[in-house]
Design a protein around this ligand. Structure first.
Ligand SMILES: C[S@@+](CC[C@H](N)C(=O)[O-])C[C@H]1O[C@@H](n2cnc3c(N)ncnc32)[C@H](O)[C@@H]1O
Length: 343
């Protein structure tokens, strides 16, 4: 189901956002979402099963329906006969937003309040994040650890897509370089699905201890490595038949993104695979990126440029890559190969 609300209606939901979150947290906590997702669930049965008063539950379910999260089939005069079904995947989506490993909870740790209520001054450049608040790239060990933790928390959908396509991506590959590869969480998970692969994380030297810790926790300490470097200042290391940029290129302006893809082309072995996982510009992804769009208004060094997938497929072809493909998934991936005869 997809519901497009008028701007006026959307604003009513936004103005009541904390109440909407209360409804979602409650629905998750009491187990109502588990009952609603298989559906159709008659209100009378739900009320009896959960010990709720039917009319109160009816209004509670109206709140969920107003959010576009349940559908209702009203059979007759009695509200108890109305039956409800949650949209597919609702329980997992709510758990991802309000559960213990919630990305949104993690984001709330950042000093976004520095801008709150002062956006006009911020837009004029009078107010912004200081390097103590948030420097890009992170400035010290504490900021590095905090930022890479946030990134690892948000990896779920891209890990799901990588897992889904593992048999297509890795069997022919020997060495992967995950460029800007965070604390190594993604590389470690790729290795779970690719027994013949070794992976190195390429990242700023300050990230080395975080990757060491990931390696120690992972099941593949002998296959996960780290290469320290600065991709803006130097060529990418050679000797890899696969490279990945996951949520790296959107941090930079177009000319830098282009240069990084060219560096990957130059460094990859002939026949090498490049995987790009990005914050592609779709209505869904823009919405899920809302926090960073807002927060980074105060951080001029990070461009946060969400681009349509076509920017990347076009860039790969212009650079000389072939077999450019978009692999479907929670977050789709772009793949391409350097020609076997390429220089
Ligand atoms: C948005 S994070 C994405 C991390 C990880 N790939 C993920 O998706 O969770 C961008 C990554 O680029 C790295 N990075 C930023 N500037 C870099 C540079 N000049 N050289 C190498 N890595 C850099 C950061 O340290 C960080 O790990």
């Amino acid at each position: 189901m997809s519901v497009t609300l008028s701007p006026r209606a959307l604003m009513s939901l936004l103005a009541n956002g904390p109440k909407a979150m209360d409804v979602l947290e409650t629905a998750l906590a009491v187990g109502l979402l588990d009952a609603l997702e298989p559906g159709p669930a008659p209100l009378g049965e739900l009320a009896e099963r959960f010990g709720f008063l039917p009319l109160r539950l009816y209004k509670f379910l109206d709140c969920l329906e107003s959010l576009g999260l349940v559908t209702r089939d009203e059979a007759g005069d009695e509200i108890t006969a109305a039956s409800y079904r949650a949209v597919a995947g609702l329980r997992d989506a709510v758990a991802a937003v309000v559960g213990p490993d919630s990305v949104e909870r993690d984001r709330d740790r950042y000093p976004w309040r520095r801008l709150h209520g002062r956006l006009a001054q911020s837009l004029r450049g009078e107010v912004g994040m200081t390097d103590d608040d948030f420097a890009w790239p992170p400035r010290d060990d504490e900021q590095t650890a905090s930022f890479e933790r946030s990134m690892a928390v948000g990896l779920g959908p891209v890990l799901e897509t990588l897992h889904r396509h593992a048999q297509r991506l890795w069997p022919q590959r020997r060495r992967l370089l995950d460029v800007g590869g965070g604390d190594g969480t993604l590389a470690a998970r790729v290795l779970d699905d690719a027994p013949g692969l070794r992976a190195d994380v390429y990242n700023l030297p300050a990230v080395a201890p975080l990757v060491r810790a990931t390696r120690a926790r992972s099941g593949h300490p002998d296959r996960l490595g780290f290469v320290g470097g600065d991709f803006l200042a130097e060529p990418l290391p050679r000797g890899y038949d696969a490279m990945a940029f996951v949520r790296v290129l959107h941090d930079w302006p177009n000319d830098v993104a282009r240069r990084l893809v060219e560096k990957a082309y130059a460094a990859l072995d002939p026949g090498g695979l490049l995987v790009i996982g990005e914050e592609f510009r779709t209505p869904d992804r823009l919405a899920m990126q809302f926090f960073w769009s807002y927060f980074l208004i105060g951080v001029d060094s990070c461009v946060s440029r969400l681009r349509e997938v076509e920017f990347y497929t076009g860039l790969l072809k212009e650079t000389g890559f072939t077999e450019v493909a978009v692999l479907p998934g929670g977050w789709e991936l772009v793949t391409a190969y350097k020609p076997a005869t390429g220089g």
